[in-house]
Design a protein around this ligand. Structure first.
Ligand SMILES: NC(=O)c1ccc[n+]([C@@H]2O[C@H](COP(=O)([O-])OP(=O)(O)OC[C@H]3O[C@@H](n4cnc5c(N)ncnc54)[C@H](OP(=O)(O)O)[C@@H]3O)[C@@H](O)[C@H]2O)c1
Length: 405
């Protein structure tokens, strides 16, 4: 299948942001300012002072006819973050993928952040390599929690459950508990993560790997994240979550709940994001090979063209744009067959959602991660995938890309 640019396909990008003044010009000032004082301030302040009040524009965005609120980084400039968190110590517990990305972004934003990890572990060494200094901003987990006002639990999900009996008593009244996944509190029947009743419990879930959280921030861009509140004791939980979301490197945040976040996240990664797409790749490749095609042809028609040419077009401008940018032959067949694939796959996706919602996926994850030989088993599975003909062929194909020569 060949792809070519079709200028007609270029649609003007519709800016969906609508801003009816009544809905979207909600004033953000710290809770110290009540509505009356805001009005007085606006009436008496010269223009420059009004700007300095940093009006928060909560944007209502029309997502295909459904109006949702989003929060943008522009509403939380750095000075404002520094002011907002001036009395806080952000204790980031765990320094894996997310700990690394979120921690370094918080540090670069100038916030008072410390890292808590177990001494002697791989994360401790990585934190030291990233410039965290023992006794200054790198501590063991207990010390970091005792120093922190906002406890950012970025241990692996299995470790959150395992360490909870030890950590919970340290989460005293007035602290805030932060997660990047709804996994632990939502599936508390299995994880035993029953949060204390007197702390705010919030979530910022970056929609990407911690490495991407970091690279996008360094490029001056920002990851998209979801934001949610599980428990609001102070009345400021959402505002705090949004501010933290921006501070860790989000470009914008959309609202969800802990339940919806964990269901959609587990479902998505098992489906189109990873598991489903890998299954499609394997099925297509195997049939091509069984029908006599060479590995190079099978890989190019299955993975290389998808990732290098077509999927980026979907990402940039949508499915219709991608279809329009292809030949008539390709477009006709793809549109026809998409219906058959959808009908065949929808029951599988339905089973998957049920498996997530009933906790079966959580049970399996916790059981798998609790095995003593978990890392060895994981590596064996990676080796099995690495050894599949499709991915060995892929290695050869990638080596032929001119930029890799
Ligand atoms: N990775 C992602 O792409 C991603 C994206 C969005 C949200 N999230 C969420 O972010 C959170 C963190 O995920 P992650 O992927 O960053 O985790 P991860 O890379 O698996 O990091 C694991 C961290 O947990 C520590 N740890 C593991 N077992 C421990 C134990 N028994 N006691 C103490 N520490 C232990 C590790 O320390 P050692 O080095 O000492 O073992 C390491 O610092 C999770 O809730 C996850 O669902 C992840």
């Amino acid at each position: 299948m060949s792809s070519r640019t079709a200028s007609r396909a270029l649609r003007s990008s519709l800016k969906q942001i609508s801003r009816p003044a009544s809905q979207q010009q909600r004033t953000f000032l710290s809770a110290a300012l009540n509505a009356g004082r805001q009005t007085a301030a606006r009436q008496t302040a010269p223009k420059a002072t009004v700007a300095a009040q940093q009006i928060r524009g909560v944007k209502t965005v029309d997502f295909a006819g459904h109006k949702e609120e989003v929060f943008e980084r522009a509403d939380w400039p750095r000075d404002r973050l520094l002011e907002y968190f001036k009395n806080d110590t952000l204790a980031l517990i765990g320094y894996g993928s997310q700990g690394h990305g979120q921690g370094l972004n918080l540090r670069d934003n100038g916030l008072n952040v410390i890292v808590g990890v177990r001494k002697g572990g791989a994360s401790w060494k990585e934190a030291e390599q990233d410039g965290w200094v023992e006794g200054k901003n790198l501590f063991d987990i207990d010390t970091a929690i005792s120093k922190g006002t906002i406890i950012m639990n970025l241990l692996s999900d299995a470790a959150q459950s395992e360490t909870w009996p030890h950590i919970k008593p340290m989460l005293t009244k007035g602290k805030t508990l932060y997660f990047s996944h709804g996994f632990s509190p939502v599936f508390k029947d299995q994880t035993k993560v029953e949060v204390p009743s007197d702390v705010d419990v919030i979530l910022v879930a970056p929609k990407g790997s911690g490495r991407t959280v970091r690279t996008l921030f360094r490029e001056g861009r920002g990851i998209n994240s979801s934001v949610a509140v599980y428990q609001d004791v102070t009345g400021k939980a959402e505002e705090k979550a949004v501010a933290l979301g921006v501070a860790v490197g989000s470009g914008y945040l959309y609202k969800t709940t802990f339940e919806k976040e964990v269901y959609s996240d587990l479902y998505g990664e098992r489906g189109c994001l990873m598991g489903g797409i890998h299954g499609m790749f394997l099925a297509q490749y195997e049939v091509l090979r069984e029908r006599g095609h060479s590995p190079s042809e099978a890989f190019n028609e299955t993975v290389e063209e998808a990732t290098q040419s077509l999927y980026p077009l979907i990402g940039a401008n949508g499915m219709d744009y991608m279809y329009a940018a292809c030949s008539t032959t390709a477009r006709r067949g793809a549109i026809d067959w998409s219906k058959r694939f959808k009908d065949a796959l929808k029951p599988v996706f339905d089973d998957l959602y049920t498996s997530v919602k009933t906790g079966e996926e959580t049970r399996r994850t916790l059981e798998y991660a609790s095995q003593k030989d978990y890392r060895a088993k994981f590596e064996a599975e990676m080796e099995e995938i690495r050894s599949l003909e499709i991915w060995r062929a892929g290695k050869a194909v990638r080596s032929l890309r001119p930029e890799n020569n």
